[in-house]
Design a protein around this ligand. Structure first.
Ligand SMILES: C[S@@+](CC[C@H](N)C(=O)[O-])C[C@H]1O[C@@H](n2cnc3c(N)ncnc32)[C@H](O)[C@@H]1O
Length: 318
């Protein structure tokens, strides 16, 4: 399975779209907010570039994408006000796989530019936003090009990220991704999805052979594995590396049916493309109805549905 060709979050802005079902990822980014602000502020103070270059790797398509960019603009605007200096230009690169719904993402741009003009004035920036459709496993940017890289909930689709050459010395990264205490720990939701697929195979609704071959190519590293990776690579100083749990809003909703629906919609928006390719489009609705029932039972039995996440903030050595 070539994930780079098959994986894409559910496109558009409809009911099942990623844009409409990404509040979990938004909560994870909210957790990283102070690190994002600190890194951008420190990087800007130290480097004072005329054009601040930033990238969102694994940006997907939805409201989360431009919220990080807006935050970066606010931080630099504030820094420039306190330093009484001219605001830089901004180069913003939205990176994802070529199958990502960049068309929908670009349709958010006019309102983003309007926000910049209204909030910051027509002389602000300017801010140049562009898409860079390419796997972040490969080189995406020129050497010593970026001042800040954000990657929200995308790096668990691989086990290493090598942006070192593309970031200027003194530039930084803030990354969030799925983590684990032991990298062999199963994730409860993925396990329940697996059980659902097994049920369907035992009822001959999907082929056993296809199920045996199917694999969700996610890797949840431990904090120690990430630390080792960063230290062995050698280009970055770690500012913060911590594991945290996110609220899947399960406790905020009283009705377990609503909780289950919320979880299913979040998972479906991410995994539908891979599942449809592996087992056919025709089984998708049935699969997610069954999955929802499994989650309802899981919640009713008082089982927790919590994911561990890693926040990594690091600055490139000068
Ligand atoms: C769960 S979404 C997170 C999107 C967004 N950052 C957010 O916080 O809402 C993960 C994104 O990573 C992208 N992705 C996964 N592997 C990638 C790769 N090798 N190169 C570029 N993007 C990738 C996926 O296509 C998807 O859009």
């Amino acid at each position: 399975m070539d994930v780079r060709k098959l994986l894409h979050m559910k496109e558009g802005v409809g009911q099942n779209s990623y844009a409409n079902n990404s509040s979990v990822q938004s909560n994870v980014t909210a957790y990283a907010k102070s690190s994002i602000e600190e890194n951008i502020k420190e990087g800007y103070h130290a480097l004072g570039p005329k054009c601040f270059m930033m990238a969102d790797t694994g940006c997907s398509s939805g409201p989360n994408t431009l919220s990080v960019v807006s935050e970066a603009i606010n931080v630099i605007d504030e820094a420039c006000r306190s330093l009484q200096c001219k605001v830089p230009e901004f180069g913003v690169f939205l990176n994802d796989l070529p199958g990502n719904d960049f068309n929908t993402l670009f349709k958010f741009l006019p309102s983003f530019y309007k926000w910049v003009a209204e909030e910051k004035g027509s002389n602000f920036g300017p801010c140049f936003v562009s898409g860079t459709p390419r796997s972040f496993h490969e080189r995406v940017f020129p050497c010593n090009f970026l001042h800040f890289v954000f990657s929200g909930y995308a790096l668990h689709w691989l086990s290493q990220e090598s942006r070192a050459r593309e970031i200027v010395p003194g530039g930084s990264m803030v990354l969030t991704f799925l983590g684990s205490i032991q990298s062999t720990d199963p994730h409860s939701l993925h396990e329940l999805l697996g059980f659902t697929l097994h049920d369907m195979a035992s009822e001959d609704m999907i082929e056993e052979e296809k199920l045996d071959k199917f694999n969700i190519p996610l890797y949840s590293a431990t904090v120690e594995e990430v630390r080792q990776l960063v230290e062995n690579e050698g280009s970055f100083l770690i500012n913060k590396l911590e594991i945290f749990t996110i609220d899947w809003s399960v406790r905020m909703m009283e009705d377990s049916n609503h909780q289950a629906k919320f979880l299913v919609d979040s998972i479906r928006a991410v995994f539908e493309s891979l599942l449809a390719d592996a087992f056919s489009e025709a089984i998708i609705d049935d699969l997610f109805v069954r999955f929802e029932t499994k989650i309802q039972k899981h919640i009713a039995a008082g089982q927790p549905i919590e994911y561990l996440n890693i926040l990594a903030s690091m600055t490139k050595k000068t």
